[in-house]
Design a protein around this ligand. Structure first.
Ligand SMILES: *Cc1c(COP(=O)(O)O)cnc(C)c1O
Length: 381
C-alpha cells in the first residue's frame, strides 16, 4: 500500500499554527500537510471547514458532559467523501490520468463524478443495485457513466480491478492510491484545531473501507510529530452494522486482519463493506489506542437517527446514526464515562439517503373551523 510521508521538520519550518488563522477556510488551509505540489491548484467546491458542533441536549440525555459532532454532512455532495475525492481527482488530473473508475456504495461515486466534472476528467461509477437514488442521481447529473451490479461494493471493486487496465482508466478504489486518505485526513487536522490543538478522549467513527478512521489517526500522528498537539491518540471506536461487522468478528477472534463477511445486509450503505481494505490497520489502531469495534442493529440506527434530529436538529445519514447508537450502548455499559470528551464524526447528511419510515403530514382542507380543529388536534392546543 502506498502512503504519503511528509518531511515534517520542513513543514514545521514552513508554517505555524498562527499562519493558519490568516488563511481562508477549507481543507487546503493545511496545504503543507497535503500532497499538493507548490503552485498546484486543487479542484475544489469548498470542501472541508465543517463545524464541530457541541451537542448539549443530546449530551444531557446520555449523561455526558462533553460531546461534539463534526458535521461532515455540510460538505459539498453531503458527505466527507468530498474531501477524499476532491484530493484524488486533483492529483489524478495533475498526473495526467485519462479517466477514473470507482466502486462505491453511493457517496464516493457521487463525489468522484462531481469533482471529475469540475476538473474535466471522465468518471465511471459502479454501485450495487439498490444504492440510494440521491447519490446515483448526483453522479448521473455530473455526467458520470453509472453502472449497477448485484452484490456489494466488493463485487463492484473486483469488477473494476479486472477491467480498468483494458479501459485505460485509473482504478480509484479506496487505498489503491494514497490521495483519498490524505483528503480524509484533513478531518483530523481540523478536529485537533477546533479542540484547541488537542485530541478527544473517544472518537466514534462509522466504518466502511476504513480510510476515514486511518486518516484521522494519521493526522494526529503528524500533528504530534510537529509538536502541535501532545502525542495522545483518542480511543478509536469503529462502528459497524450487525449485518456487516467484519471488524467485530476479527476482534472477537483476536485476528490480525478481517476476513470477507458473507452476505452483508444493512440499510446504511456506507457500512456495507464486507472486506474493508484497511481492516488490518484499523484493528492495529484500535488495539494501540484502547479502542474497540462495536456493531449496532438496524433498529438502533433508526432510533439514533430520530434522537439526533429531535434533540439537536441534525438529520444525519444512517452510518453516522450508527455511531450515535454505539455511543448510547457504550455509555449504558460503562465503556464511556460521563467526563470523557467524545467526538462523533457525522460522515454524511440524511438527505442523501432514503428517509426512514415517517408519519405522513396532516392534510388541511375544508371549512376554516374544520382546518382549525385538525391543527388543534395535531398540536394539542
Ligand atoms: C463512505 C462512508 C462511510 C465509511 O467511511 P470509510 O472511510 O470508507 O470507512 C461512512 N459514512 C458515510 C456517509 C460514507 O459515505
Amino acid at each position: 500500500m502506498l502512503a504519503v510521508r511528509y518531511d515534517l521538520p520542513k513543514v514545521a519550518a514552513a508554517v505555524t499554527k498562527d499562519d493558519l488563522l490568516r488563511r481562508p477556510p477549507g481543507m487546503y488551509r493545511f496545504r503543507e500537510l497535503t500532497p499538493l505540489d507548490p503552485g498546484e491548484a486543487p479542484i475544489t467546491l469548498g470542501e472541508g471547514g465543517t463545524p464541530l458542533l457541541p451537542l448539549p441536549r443530546l449530551a444531557g440525555h446520555l449523561g455526558l458532559r462533553h460531546l461534539w459532532a463534526k458535521d461532515e454532512g455540510q460538505n459539498p455532495t453531503g458527505s466527507f467523501k468530498a474531501r477524499g475525492l476532491g484530493m484524488a481527482l486533483t492529483k489524478a488530473r495533475t498526473l495526467g490520468v485519462k479517466g477514473v473508475m470507482i466502486p462505491s456504495a453511493g457517496n464516493a461515486g457521487g463525489a468522484a463524478a462531481v469533482y471529475g466534472a469540475r476538473g474535466g476528467i471522465p468518471v465511471a461509477v459502479v454501485v450495487p443495485r439498490g444504492t440510494p437514488e440521491a447519490a446515483v442521481a448526483e453522479a448521473i447529473m455530473a455526467g458520470a457513466h453509472v453502472f449497477t451490479v448485484d452484490g456489494s461494493i466488493a463485487t463492484a471493486g473486483k469488477l473494476i480491478a479486472g477491467m480498468s487496465a483494458q479501459i485505460g482508466w485509473f482504478d480509484l478504489a479506496t487505498l489503491k492510491e494514497p490521495y483519498r486518505l490524505e483528503g480524509k485526513k484533513t478531518m483530523g487536522l481540523e478536529l485537533a484545531e477546533q479542540l484547541g490543538w488537542d485530541t478527544p478522549d473517544v472518537l466514534m467513527y462509522p466504518t466502511g473501507g476504513g480510510t476515514g478512521l486511518v486518516g484521522i489517526w494519521k493526522a494526529f500522528e503528524e500533528l504530534a510529530a510537529l509538536s502541535w498537539i501532545k502525542a495522545a491518540q483518542p480511543r478509536f471506536i469503529a462502528v459497524q452494522a450487525e449485518g456487516c461487522a467484519p471488524l467485530v468478528k476479527a476482534w472477537a477472534d483476536k485476528a490480525e486482519t478481517t476476513t470477507l463477511w458473507e452476505n452483508p445486509v444493512t440499510d446504511a450503505p456506507g457500512l456495507r463493506v464486507p472486506g474493508p481494505f484497511a481492516g488490518r490497520q484499523m484493528l492495529r489502531i484500535m488495539r494501540e489506542t484502547g479502542g474497540q469495534p462495536h456493531a449496532v442493529s438496524e433498529r438502533a440506527i433508526i432510533e439514533a437517527q430520530h434522537l439526533l434530529a429531535r434533540l439537536e436538529g441534525i438529520w444525519t445519514g444512517p452510518e453516522a446514526a450508527a455511531a450515535l447508537a454505539a455511543l448510547c450502548q457504550m455509555k449504558e455499559a460503562g465503556e464511556v464515562e460521563a467526563g470523557h470528551r467524545v467526538v462523533m464524526i457525522l460522515t454524511g447528511a440524511g438527505i442523501k439517503n432514503t428517509p426512514p419510515p415517517l408519519p405522513p403530514p396532516t392534510h388541511l382542507e375544508g371549512e376554516p373551523a374544520r382546518v382549525l380543529a385538525a391543527v388543534r388536534q395535531v398540536i394539542g392546543r
